[in-house]
Design a protein around this ligand. Sequence first.
Ligand SMILES: *Cc1c(COP(=O)(O)O)cnc(C)c1O
Length: 353
Amino acid sequence: MSLIPPSDEQGLGQGYHSPQVDVDVRLNTNESPLPPPAAWVEELQAEVGRIPFHRYPDRDATELRAAIGDLHGVEPGQVFCANGSNEVLQTLLLTYGGPGRTAAVFEPTYALHGHICRLTRTAVAEGERNDDFTLDLVEVKRVLSEHRPAVTFLCSPNNPTGRVEPRDVVAHVLELAPGLVVVDEAYGQFAAWSALSLMGEGRPVVVVRTFSKTWSMAAARLGYLVGPAELVSELEKRALPYHLDAMKQAAGRLALRHRAEMDARVAALVEERGRLAAALGEMDVDTWPSEANFILFRPRRAGGDQVWRALLDRSVLIRNCSSWPRLDGCLRVTVGTPEENSAFLAALAQALA
Ligand SMILES: *Cc1c(COP(=O)(O)O)cnc(C)c1O
């Protein structure tokens, strides 16, 4: 038999990769530059000692969902948790996408949206953004009426461009969309508003969040969505039994006790983002305004690939988007600690010289 899977016909190519290279300054995957609070580590260690490991975990993740429900002021039944928000997206597409159905994305956006569509055999309708990466409602209308997507993806703040979608734009997309609207808010803590405020009244919108970024827990692999309770029940039917292990459930629940510290970290990152943006503004690069913990920029004279390599030679790793469609020559840097950001700026000044 041939071991080339039929899914390769979907054009998965090399799959989804962000190089994991050993460097001094790692600013390529938008994680928090700081580990979780020490108190959280202690609480988790104590909690792990109490887990009955010979038993399956709480299949309904009751306490974790209640804690997330409290955070957002919704019922636990409106919360679906999974192994990273990527698994949330996969479960959404297993439920509402699949063969014969289409999902709409507006490029450039998070590459995983299209990738998980292909994994689940969901057709992808690609809409274009304006040159400044804002959403064009005329284009949105065209894509939605031409393709009648079962799922429409938005990402706010949008990765890799950094912009928050304005509230009236998302509300408008909700009115136009024939199916479910998924708002990926992986960087939602950095935004001035959340699509959570558009939920209710039977509106077909879900908001996806993650513990991987602001919550400093990328290694734990935990994400969730908030949406209508009927939708959450449908997703639960498609998730594998006991997919959320007991350690992860405890990790997420305990993290939510440290909200004040996380808010302070977001504020500190926003300040550093301002410093980075100002410094980039003085250099020979174009930048786009960001309301997240990363900044997209494009060297004006040097090639993006060449600058990315020159940074790597100086042990600074950022994201190389320079060969991605619509992002010709672009690079994306994650906001790190003040020391990491200064190291990046110094290396970039040399790389551009
Ligand atoms: C980082 C990121 C995620 C996070 O995925 P996890 O599986 O939760 O780690 C989701 N969406 C976007 C847009 C991201 O940038």
